[in-house]
Structure formats: C-alpha cells, structure tokens
Design a protein around this ligand. Structure first.
Ligand code: NAD
Length: 426
C-alpha cells in the first residue's frame, strides 16, 4: 500500500517567524515585546528508556517547548509522531501562544511530543512510553505551570496515563489538586463532556461565521478533509449536520473519493475497526494522493499535519475556503498563491481554537470540582470562537491585511498590553 509522504520540510518554524514578523511590522509592535516573543522561554529535551514487551530496552526522545507565559500557564498538545523534533515543536508552541491570546484565554503557549510511530508499539509499550515521558518532564509540567493536551496520535487514554503518573509522583493528599495537569482526559477521569469534539466543532463554528459573513448557504456544499482523526472526523460530523457533503478524505493510508458523498459515521466505524485508517473503505474509490487537494469542492479542511498546501498544489485548488483544522497546514508560498487567487483562509490559530477553549473549560471544571453539561460547553465554545472570528476580521480590516495577519495582530495586541502594563522584572 502506498503511504503518502509526510511532507515535512524545514519550514514550519520559518513560517511562524515570518508570519510573526509581518504582523509585528504592520502593527508597530513594541521593540522589547518583539524581542521577547521572537524566542521561546524554555526548551526541554529528554531521552528516556522504556522496556519493550520482549524485554529489550529502547530509548526515546521527547520534547516540551514553552514559548511564552505572560497571559497564564503554558498550554498546548503533545504529539506522538516520527516527525516530532525540537524545531517543529518550537513552531507549534509559538502558534499556541497566539491561539490562546486570540481566544481570550488565560494561557500561554507550549507544545511537546515524542519521536515515535505509535502504530509500531503495543498498548502496554505506549503506556510505558507515556508514563516514562511524563516522569522525565517532572515539575516542568503542572496544573498551574504547563498543561499538555491531546494532539496527533495522542488521545484521552494517553492523557489519563499522564494525569495518573503525574499525580502518583506527588503526595497522596494532593492527588486531586493535580488532576488538571492535562486536559483532554476521559470523562471518567475528570475529562470534559464535549472535549472530544471541541476542535472539530470549533472548525465548523468558524466555517459558519465565514458563511454568514459571505452570505453563503452551507447546505449542499462539497467539502474534503485531510486527516480523519479527532479533528477531521468531528469537523466532518458537524458539517454533515449542516447537510454539507463530504466527497473525499485523505489520511496516512491513502485517499478515498466519492462524488455522491461519503457517510461520516460509516467511515468513522470503518476506521475504528481498521487500525485507525480509512484504507479499504468500501463505499468510495481509492485515488492518487496527489489528486486530493485539486478535487472539485467548495471547502477544504486540512486536519492532519503541517506544510500540506504549498506552491506545488495551491495553483490547482478549486475550493473557495481553506478552514485550517490542522496547525500550519498552509505554508507561506501556498498562502500567497491562495490569497492572490481570492481563496479565503480561516487561519489555524482561529479555526482550531475550539480545542484549547474546550481544554480551558475542562481545567476550570477540575479547579472548581464541577461538571459542565455538554450543551453548555458547546455554547461557550461557540461564543468564544465567534468573538475571535469577529476580532480577526475587524483587525484585518483595520490594518487592510489578510485574516491570518489580522488574527496575529489581535493576539499580539493582547500580549503587548500585558507586558506594557506589567513591565519586565527586575
Ligand atoms: P489524530 O492523530 O487524531 O489524527 C491525525 C490524522 O492525520 C489521522 O487520520 C492520520 O492518518 C492523518 N495523517 C497522518 N499523516 C498523514 C499524512 N502524511 N497525510 C495525510 N494524513 C495524515 O490528530 P488530531 O488530534 O486530529 O490532530 C490533527 C491536526 O489538528 C494536527 O495538526 C493538530 O496539531 C491539530 N489540532 C488538534 C487539536 C485537538 O484537539 N486534537 C486541537 C488543535 C489543533
């Protein structure tokens, strides 16, 4: 079976810095604040041993990058993927700072992960990798310090192992005070009802705001999704609720296409019974990976990895909207081409902020020993994202710029205000 190349290239970090510098120039960001935000606060690299099922020892590399915590504790996901390295993690941490600031949350930005292909390991081995990684991070994470969450190839189960390991290494009497060291936990372990769907729900909330702004009816619109994991599935699910039509999906195992529509729930069941991949789904045709982004559709939801829309495919894209469920799916050249062609982009730091917003409510729920109802959670996410969408569009209009730069400026204005009010110690 052909496996799509992971189009990782040196770029995500360069992209995030270019985007930052562009926004900083345009808004006239304070020089000192600019220097602070151009570098990360802390970069942690750990190498830790894990015993495999057959008794062998393997040593893994793990990372946690903490970019900025001027607005609150560092917050951001943990990724288990072969492409995880310090540079990619740095880029992702910086994006988290902007995302939390734009969404109006009391968080800074962090990101982490382990360089691993989890499909090659048993559940027991993954549990030991997770627990040993948590132990290696030690006091660098914590409920008021740095709060990880799920990302690519990590899930509620992995979050539960992290919470349990972290709490188990503290005094038993403080166990419950440490539950919110991670968010995205299973509901039985302090997790939030609705956190599973929060990111995909937020992606669709942003698409609805776009449709309202443009006077577009979403029913009947064709969309395609790259990545059918947490974000890709839930975004598809909520798009289907609006009677939009999913016509193609790409994941790590290949690309499937059905112009008549792909049933999201049926595909989800197939993925659940098929080692997490879409390959072999009976009600769609398998097509070449290279054709995916060029398919005839109205909306593209990239919900997998970074650097997927580039100058190599941006010229051929037919959609009117790219809704960035993933972090960094469009590189600088790809974006320039899309904007020249009049294609709208809802930037990642806005479009996928439903995840960190859901995480915020889970953190609050744990801190307050409460349990929120799902409908309250989804309502709160909608309100926060609608505000962030409006702030992005208005800021872009004020500075006569694109939405990504508008989102950056809105985020940077908030962080700048904090630094200017508080000053820099000593
Ligand atoms: P996931 O592990 O649940 O799913 C990832 C999906 O990407 C899988 O379907 C996988 O097969 C696919 N994929 C992997 N390599 C691919 C390749 N080379 N080509 C095509 N598809 C490929 O991960 P997720 O949590 O859904 O995260 C997806 C994206 O959304 C990431 O960029 C992540 O940073 C971002 N994100 C996630 C959250 C969250 O709450 N989970 C929040 C904000 C942003």
């Amino acid at each position: 079976m052909e496996k799509p190349k992971d189009k990782k290239k040196p770029g995500m970090y360069e992209n995030v810095l270019k985007q930052f510098n562009h926004a900083a120039d345009l808004m006239g960001l304070d020089d000192g604040v600019r220097k602070i935000l151009a570098s990360t606060n802390t970069e942690i690299s750990v190498h830790f041993p894990v015993k495999m099922d057959d008794g062998r020892i393997e040593v893994f590399n793990g990372y946690r990058v903490q970019h900025n915590n001027s607005l609150g504790p560092y917050k951001g996901g943990l990724r288990f993927h072969p492409t995880v390295d310090i540079t990619a993690t740095r880029a992702l941490a910086i994006w988290m700072t902007w995302k939390s600031a734009l969404a109006g949350l009391p968080y800074g930005g962090g990101k982490g992960g382990v360089t691993i292909d989890p499909s090659l390991y048993s559940k027991g081995e993954l549990e030991r990798v997770t627990r040993r990684f948590t132990y290696a991070l030690g006091e660098n994470i914590g409920p008021d310090v740095d709060i990880p969450a799920p990302d690519v190839n990590t899930n509620p189960q992995i979050m539960a192992w992290i919470a349990d390991t972290f709490a188990s290494t503290k005094s038993p009497s403080t166990r419950m005070l440490n539950l919110h060291v991670v968010t995205g936990k299973p509901v039985g372990s302090g997790g939030l009802k609705g956190r599973d769907r929060a990111t995909g729900y937020g992606v669709v909330a942003s698409i609805k705001s776009w449709a309202k702004l443009k006077g577009i009816e979403l029913a009947g619109k064709k969309f395609i999704v790259q990545g059918f994991g947490n974000v890709g599935f839930w975004a598809s699910h909520f798009m289907m609720e609006l009677d939009a039509k999913l016509v193609a999906v790409q994941d790590a195992s290949g690309t499937i296409f059905n112009p008549g529509g792909i049933d999201t729930e049926k595909l989800h069941n197939h993925v659940g019974n098929n080692q997490g991949v879409i390959n072999g789904y009976p009600d769609a045709e398998k097509i070449d990976n290279d054709k995916f982004f060029l398919l005839d559709c109205d909306i593209i939801i990239p919900a997998a990895l970074g650097n997927q829309i580039t100058e190599s495919n941006a010229h051929g894209i037919k959609a009117r909207l790219i809704a960035e469920g993933a972090n960094g799916p469009t590189d600088i050249d790809g974006e320039r081409i899309l904007l020249e062609r009049g294609i709208d982009i809802i930037p990642d730091i806005l479009c996928n902020a439903g995840g960190v917003t859901g995480s915020y409510y889970e953190w609050l729920q744990n801190k307050r020993s409460e349990n929120y109802h799902m409908h309250i959670v989804l309502k709160m996410i909608t309100e926060k994202l609608n505000e962030a969408f409006e702030r992005t569009v208005n800021t872009a209009k004020k500075y006569n710029t694109d939405w990504r730069t508008g989102a950056y400026i809105a985020a940077l204005e908030r962080i700048q205000q904090t630094y200017l009010e508080r000053g820099v110690f000593p």
